[in-house]
Write a protein that binds this ligand. Structure first.
Ligand code: HPA
Length: 248
């Protein structure tokens, strides 16, 4: 059986999956890191591959950008294809001054402006979206082994890339002009657009989820990693993801 969004038959996707947003990054990961990688879907040009990393079956599935697109692929990976370990490998915007361009950020927790938590719990609780601790611990250890600078903490997952949360209503407090400043005051490290869905879906299904990112741009300094350097920093993060996803 396949789905309207994924051409794979059940059994063609490994229990361990890496999740880049960009289909061409999925292709790059499969061709650079996996042995015997086979394309199992190209519906909408959103590629998915299965191969082996150090002898262990691993899939890499592109998700597109944002919670709605991401949730379709990940829901089906978990509920149709039986995936048990899911690691998002993406980029994020640095927000905190302690986070530098090219750092690897690992999301211990996710704060979100998405209505997803409200939709799940009907507003009864403000559920904490957290990573799987076992994957988190392994990823931190692997990053240290590779001497990759890594920051671990809370991130924000937003529904709009272009937003302007200025404090027009004066609710953020004296001297605080934007929601971003308030979030940084409360320790938010970085911003991206998918991981709230990963932690909600994985937790709800009792499987393991983790989000790892490279800082591609910085909201405070306005710096950006130049395009020719993105592949190198991306590969460092992918190695951490692959080493982590194959461990038992
Ligand atoms: N905002 C939201 N998502 C992102 C960003 C950003 O600045 N950079 C990479 N993903």
């Amino acid at each position: 059986m396949s789905t309207p969004h994924n051409a794979a038959s059940v059994g063609e996707i490994a229990e361990r999956v890496l999740l880049p947003g960009d289909p061409l990054r999925a292709k790059h990961i499969a061709e650079t890191f996996l042995e015997g990688a086979k394309l199992y879907t190209d519906i909408r040009n959103v590629y998915g591959y299965t191969g082996k990393y150090k002898g262990v079956p691993v899939s890499v599935q592109a998700t597109g950008m944002g919670i709605p697109s991401f949730s379709i692929y990940v829901h089906e990976l978990i509920n149709v294809y039986g995936v048990k370990k899911l690691i998002r490998v993406g980029t994020c915007g640095g927000m905190h001054i302690n986070v530098k361009l090219r750092d690897v950020v690992i999301a211990q927790g996710v704060t979100t402006d998405s209505s997803l938590v409200h939709q799940i719990f009907g507003g009864a609780v403000n559920y904490s979206l957290i990573s799987d601790f076992d994957l988190l611990e392994k990823a931190v250890n692997n990053a240290r082994k590779f001497n990759t600078p890594v920051k671990v903490g809370n991130i924000v997952c937003v529904d709009r890339f272009y937003n302007d949360y200025y404090d027009v209503n004066g609710i953020f407090g004296d001297g605080i002009h934007s929601l971003n400043e308030k979030l940084v005051q409360y320790g938010i490290l970085a911003v991206e657009m998918e991981t709230a869905a990963l932690y909600a879906l994985a937790s709800g299904a009792g499987v393991q989820g983790l989000g790892i990112f490279t800082v591609s741009d910085h909201l405070l300094t306005r710096e950006e990693v130049p395009p020719h350097e993105r592949e190198t920093t991306f590969n460092d993060m992918v190695k951490i993801g692959l080493e982590t996803v194959i461990e038992d």
